[in-house]
Design a binder for this molecule. Structure first.
Ligand SMILES: [Zn+2]
Length: 231
């Protein structure tokens, strides 16, 4: 067997209580600002499918549906809120922006794992609406490389002001969120270095994730979002 099987999860995060929040107004624009926070969240996730991934190349060679019960977990999270003006200022299509966000989150998780000296599995990721809209904020995480059409997952929903979540993947949290919140600037800077110094053209597992799960301009879009965050 030259492949392994990975779960495809459908994850929703709801903020229960904000412990601290900091906004960074951009100096280059009066309208653009972003913020980062940490606090208590409720994470709902469900395994909705699986994909077969080839060793070494990380290429997806197959996928399928699964119907497992939903899981609910109260934990802690660090998150970044991307405000509307920032997203609208980016010269990309809606789907390129979405793909860029997923790519950026993938890279943030890699850097956070290094900073915390933890395992990738200790952190969960999700993208959701801030504040949660009436239609529940929904995010597809860990689903890169999967054909969303085959699983009937919403993909083209445009987030108005998305939150990029990095949450503790254990009930109650294990103390990663506050350190990540405090390390925000370093996290941004290191993530930028990671993506911009990577020699791949359109994304790879070392930076924004395997290219086949992303749109061609996702790497570019991820960098543009980061640029907006650091400005
Ligand atoms: Zn790369």
């Amino acid at each position: 067997m030259n492949y392994y099987t990975d779960a495809v999860r459908y994850t929703q995060v709801r903020v229960l209580e904000v412990a601290a929040s900091e906004s960074a107004s951009s100096s280059s624009s009066l309208t653009s600002s972003t913020s980062h926070s940490h606090g208590d969240v409720l994470v709902r996730s469900q395994v909705v499918g699986f994909k077969k991934i080839k060793f070494f190349t990380n290429e997806t060679i197959g996928d399928g549906k699964l119907d497992l019960p939903e899981n609910e977990m109260h934990t802690t999270s660090y998150w970044i809120t991307l405000e509307r003006p920032l997203l609208e200022s980016l010269p990309f299509s809606i789907s390129e922006r979405q793909s860029g966000m997923f790519g950026l989150l993938y890279a943030l998780e890699s850097v956070a794992t290094l900073l915390l000296m933890c395992d990738r599995r200790d952190l969960g990721t999700a993208i959701g609406e801030n504040p949660p809209s009436l239609r529940e904020s929904v995010a597809l995480s860990e689903a890169k490389g999967l054909n969303p059409a085959s699983l009937n997952l919403p993909r083209e929903t445009e987030f108005f002001e998305p939150n990029l979540y990095l949450f503790d993947a254990y009930p109650g949290g294990i103390g990663f969120s506050e350190p990540l919140f405090r390390a925000h600037d370093v996290l941004m800077q290191k993530t930028r270095e990671l993506i911009s110094s990577c020699e791949c053209e359109q994304g790879c597992p070392s930076c924004v994730g395997p290219a086949e799960g992303l749109l061609p301009r996702a790497k570019e879009a991820a960098l543009a979002i980061l640029h907006g965050l650091c400005a």
